[in-house]
Design a binder for this molecule. Structure first.
Ligand SMILES: Nc1ncnc2c1ncn2[C@@H]1O[C@H](COP(=O)(O)OP(=O)(O)O)[C@@H](O)[C@H]1O
Ligand SMILES: O=c1ccn([C@@H]2O[C@H](COP(=O)(O)O)[C@@H](O)[C@H]2O)c(=O)[nH]1
Length: 298
């Protein structure tokens, strides 16, 4: 079948995860040899395409947007399993450079006065974060520059003033946090948005355990904070931002099928990105019937 011949040639030329090509200014060499089929046939076009790709220069001339890292936003309520899901994605993408940025790192940190009344502070309101600084850091990473991300101390509600975590530029940047979909400027940085959807009772149970074991709280203070701030802010800010998600993962890290699908999608996107790095004047677009026609008549 002619279409299959084209598909086979494309697959063998560019490897798995091929999704579609738009050829601009890539001159396909004329088929050579007496038995070469005419380039007006699909098989001829397929052979010419494979040949052309194989001989294309191995330098980078792709649009700058395709050379930027792939940014994934992961949101969801407190203790929904955001970090767990991110860790699983990172583990499965082991052959790519992936970095994790936590919105928690950009908590403003309390003044001495606020610290004295920390139980009255709303850590779940968007104003608790330094979003300008988060945007600056993400901007640097998108430009492939390393950044020093602050380290936040949950026990004392302040930043470690002298210590930072160095984050290097990578193929994939995952930005995780309860309110990463709240600000449109932050959302606009993302190529893919994931919302981790876990029942409130499970989240509360996990939060009690985590905050008493790891964050120096007692059960009574966790319950008090949950009722006064965490739940109202979830209803006012976190849940309304769920509508921006491309993918919603019920049950968080327990949902292996969803995580496998997400990892597969990221791999496909990274495959296109790598293709543009290798072949000059090749632009990856969504695969459509028309794209194949462009190849036939070139
Ligand atoms: N699927 C799960 N089953 C059991 N415990 C989990 C699961 N996912 C997360 N946890 C636990 O719940 C707590 C919060 O998970 P985490 O991934 O840090 O959530 P988030 O980043 O959304 O706050 C952690 O102590 C973690 O070990
Ligand atoms: O000093 C602080 C800073 C934050 N919190 C709580 O943390 C969660 C967000 O972190 P998750 O890992 O997503 O749960 C937020 O609900 C704040 O209430 C805090 O208690 N103290």
């Amino acid at each position: 079948m002619p279409d299959k011949a084209v598909d086979d040639a494309m697959e063998s030329a560019v490897g798995a995860h091929f999704s579609g090509l738009r050829l601009e200014a890539l001159r396909l060499p004329a088929p050579s040899g007496p038995s070469s089929p005419s380039s007006s046939t699909s098989a001829g076009a397929a052979a010419a395409l494979a040949n052309g790709l194989a001989h294309a220069h191995a330098d980078v001339a792709s649009p700058s947007s395709l050379r930027q890292p792939f940014v994934i936003g992961v949101s969801g309520g407190t203790a929904s399993g955001k970090t767990t899901v991110c860790d699983m994605i990172i583990q499965q993408l082991h052959d790519h450079r992936v970095v994790l940025v936590n919105q928690d790192s950009f908590y403003r940190g309390l003044t001495a006065e606020e610290s004295a009344r920390a139980q009255d502070y709303n850590f779940d309101h968007p104003d608790a974060f330094d979003t300008e600084q988060l945007l600056e850091c993400m901007g640097q990473l998108k430009r492939a520059l390393p950044v020093n991300v602050p380290i936040y101390d949950f026990k004392n509600h302040r930043r470690c003033s002298e210590r930072f975590r160095k984050v290097n530029a990578s193929d994939v940047i995952i930005l995780e946090g309860i309110l990463v979909f709240h600000d449109q400027r932050v959302r606009n940085l993302m190529d893919m948005k994931i919302f981790v959807d876990t029942d409130a009772d499970i989240r509360l149970a996990r939060r009690i355990r985590r905050d008493t074991v790891e964050r120096g709280r007692d059960v009574s203070s966790v319950l008090d904070q949950y009722g006064r701030f965490v739940k109202p802010a979830f209803d006012d800010f976190v849940l309304p931002s769920k509508k921006y998600a491309d993918v919603i993962i019920p049950r968080g890290g327990d949902n292996h099928v969803a995580i496998d699908l997400i990892v597969q999608h990221i791999r496909t996107k990274l495959g296109m990105h790598d293709l543009c790095k290798v072949f000059r004047n090749v632009f990856v677009v969504q695969s459509t019937f028309q794209v194949k026609l462009i190849i036939f008549i070139d």
